[in-house]
Structures are given as C-alpha cells and as structure tokens.
Design a protein around this ligand. Structure first.
Ligand code: PTJ
Length: 245
C-alpha cells in the first residue's frame, strides 16, 4: 500500500507498515503488533509528544549509561525495526554492549535481528545464551558476559516479569514504555514514558555530549522513580479532562 504523504497520520501509518512488513519477514513477532497498538493508544493519550518529565528521564538515562561499568542495551524485534540506527548511535556514545533479548525466542529471529542491527552499525554481543534469569519460559535466556553480568540494563518495550527479574538480580533497569501503568514501568529504576523512536535518539544525543562529571551531577538530582510515573499519569488525566474545552 502507498501511504499518501498528506495523510494526517502519515508517520504513524509508515511505522505500522514497517512493523507489518517486518512481521511478515519474521523479525517482529505477531504479538509485537498488538504491543505496538497498546503503545499507540498510550501515545495518543500523552499527545504524541515527549512530555517534559520524559525529557528529564532521557537525560537521566544518558547519565546512568555514562557512569555504568557494564551497561547493556537489550533489543527485541520491535525495537530493532524501529530504532536500529539510533541504537548504533547510543552504543557509540556510551560504549554499552548490545544483546538481542527476546520474549518469543527462536534462533532464526535472533539471527535476523542480529543481521538487521549489524547492517545499521551496531556491534551485537553473540555467544551461547544460558538459562540465567529467575524466570520460567525462554525469557530466562541471556548471555553470561552480557545481561547477566551487567550493572545497568536498558530494556525498551519489555515484558514486566523480565524487568522485575533483572531488578531482583540487583541491576539498575531503565525502561522505555509508553504505558505508565505497566509492571515494566512500575518496577524500573528509571521509567521513560515515551515512544521509542523519540526516546532513543534523545538519550543518544544527551550521552554523546555529556561528560562523566556532568553525568554525576545530573544523577545527584535525579527525581524518584514515582515522580516520572506520576508526571505521565497527570499529563494523561489533564488531557482527558480538557479534551472537550
Ligand atoms: O520481539 P520479542 O519476541 O521480544 O517480543 C516483543 C514484544 C513487544 C512482543 C514483547 O516484549 C511483549 O509482549 O511486550 P508487552 O508485554 O506487550 O509490552 C510492550 C510494552 O511496550 C507495552 O506496555 C506498550 O505500551 C509498550 N510499547 C509498544 N510500542 C511502543 C511501546 N513503548 C514505547 N514505544 C513504542 N513504540
């Protein structure tokens, strides 16, 4: 289908189209389209913009990544399709490892996602994944020298159980999830309530121009986790109460 450029939802339709194609190719899981639809609904409620508290969270995320000793970016099918070039930028700016971490895990999808990321300039950590996270199901698999040994993990569009399991292992966890009510957002050390294609380049841009001293200073004034969640919920409720004004 050719999407008319004058369509008011042109960008949103292009994103849907790219995810649908990637699903047909096997890179995105069919369930990834449902997850995207849920994300779109929350983005609509937030006004489809980066709200000020999310901008602050993105700056704090860059600071956490700059000071971490062993940061890892966990990438799934949706995130790879939506953000591969920005993941390369963020990796370059922070030195973070990138590991493919899937909910619907198959070796074939890992290979395809690795190829897509590599083609966009990402250095993808590879090796023999082991059942190391305290979870049933294949979500327990990760690389020992990647996510398992990380002190900080960035998990865009994550499943709540897995985010909680990473916290239980003592890691700091940054999430990118448009739903401020999800268990993922509520269990994160730092929840970024923003759309991944806006959040990733913002974090990379902050990280690329931030010194370690600046990062330490930003983190000394980092708001509590609940502040980011409440700010997103307040934005949604204000928009809902003024929608007919
Ligand atoms: O590629 P796989 O096999 O690892 O599977 C990936 C999905 C996304 C299918 C899997 O992790 C999953 O089922 O995730 P959930 O539990 O549905 O959670 C996804 C969350 O991401 C939801 O809370 C959505 O609101 C949010 N979300 C979806 N699209 C975006 C988003 N947040 C930010 N930007 C988006 N574009």
């Amino acid at each position: 289908m050719t999407i008319p450029v004058d369509h008011p939802r042109y960008h949103s339709l292009c994103v849907r189209e790219s995810l649908a194609k990637a699903m047909q190719d096997g890179i995105v899981a069919p369930e990834g389209l449902c997850a995207h639809g849920r994300g779109e609904a929350f983005d609509y409620l937030l006004g489809e913009v980066t709200i000020p508290s999310a901008k602050k969270a993105e700056q704090c995320a860059a600071a956490l990544l700059r000071v971490a000793k062993h940061p890892v970016i966990s990438v799934n099918g949706n995130t790879a399709v939506l953000s591969a070039p920005d993941i390369a930028w963020l990796q370059k700016a922070t030195g973070a490892m990138v590991e493919v971490g899937l909910f619907h895990r198959t070796e074939e999808r890992i290979r395809m996602i690795t190829d897509l990321l590599t083609a966009c300039g990402v250095v993808v950590l590879q090796g023999e994944a082991e059942r190391l996270l305290p979870l049933s199901h294949d979500r327990a698999f990760c690389l020992r020298n990647g996510i398992y040994e990380a002190d900080l993990v960035l998990v865009p569009l994550e499943d709540g159980d897995r985010a909680q399991a990473l916290i239980e292992l003592g890691k700091e966890v940054i999430t990118i999830d448009l739903n401020p009510l999800s268990r993922t957002s509520r269990s994160a050390t730092l929840p970024i309530i923003d759309e991944v294609t806006r959040a990733m380049p913002a974090i990379a841009s902050y990280a690329a121009s931030m010194t370690v001293d600046e990062a330490v200073s930003i983190l000394s004034a980092m708001p509590q986790q609940s502040w980011f969640l409440q700010a997103a919920l307040d934005t949604i409720s204000q928009r809902l109460s003024h929608v007919l004004d």
